[in-house]
Design a protein around this ligand. Structure first.
Ligand code: NAG
Ligand code: NAG
Length: 226
């Protein structure tokens, strides 16, 4: 049976449409391929200790960060310059204690809906390329317009965190596997028996639970104070 000229034209049109879709799908495969080649942030180790040099609008602080995922706890021990030390103890059940261990017996407990950051909390962060920061060549990611995260290209260690408020953390040490002894995680008795003073100090609240704060913000995207 001979095909009519019209049938031939239709077959040719279909063939060229098929080619077009083949090219389209090849293109989308290659686009997907290049997206999947973007570096991804290294998940946090399950336990680590880090000394952070913080800069909050030019005000320096040193934070000893003890991240302990298997035990569901996170500690920020905050040294103010020539000032006091604040203990920000965060549990994965959402309870946080913010206290001093001096004669003021300050303790502010807080209950948040979320716990501490998961080791893979940076999943889905947007890759922004490479930049030099603090003298290191870093891969940079941004997560929900909240944090800019800089990781050393070579060693994959975090180098620098920048929060949307302008608060900066320079990561000075990063000891993978370091764990703080259990007894240090005990909040003082005045956090529980009502004999402590709660303080509505601005400086105190600037420092409200750091990691649960980040987590809360990431989950609900509405937690302004960090
Ligand atoms: C601290 O932050 C201020 C701006 O808020 C900036 O001018 C200064 O360079 C920063 N210092 C360090 C050591 O990052
Ligand atoms: C969460 O865990 C801590 C530490 O075990 C505990 O002190 C606190 O009472 C717990 N909070 C709740 C709401 O169960």
């Amino acid at each position: 049976m001979r095909k009519s000229a019209r049938e031939k034209r239709e077959i040719e049109a279909m063939a060229s449409k098929a080619k077009f879709f083949l090219i389209l799908s090849l293109l989308s495969v290659s686009v997907r391929h290049s997206i999947s080649e973007d570096p991804v942030p290294t998940p946090w180790p399950l336990q680590f200790h880090s000394v952070l040099l913080m800069n909050y609008s030019g005000i320096p602080q040193i934070i000893n960060l003890w991240y302990d995922w298997p035990n569901g706890r996170n500690f920020n021990i905050i040294q103010h310059q020539l000032g006091n030390v604040l203990y920000d103890l965060e549990w994965n059940n959402g309870t946080s204690f913010f206290y001093t261990l001096d004669s003021t017996k300050t303790c502010s407990p807080a209950q948040l809906e979320v716990g501490i950051l998961r080791p893979n909390w940076l999943d889905g962060a947007k890759y922004l390329g490479q930049r030099h920061v603090d003298g290191f060549l870093c891969n940079v990611w941004e997560k929900v317009d909240f944090i800019w995260y800089y990781e050393d290209v070579e060693t994959k260690r975090p180098v620098h965190w920048l929060f949307y408020t302008g608060r900066q953390a320079h990561v000075m040490t990063f000891e993978v596997g370091a764990v703080l002894e259990d007894e240090k995680w005990q909040a003082p008795v005045y956090c529980f028996d009502g004999t402590g003073t709660t303080v509505n100090d601005v400086a105190l609240h600037q420092n409200l639970p750091l990691m649960t704060g980040v987590n809360n913000r990431l989950l609900h995207q509405n937690y302004p104070a960090i």
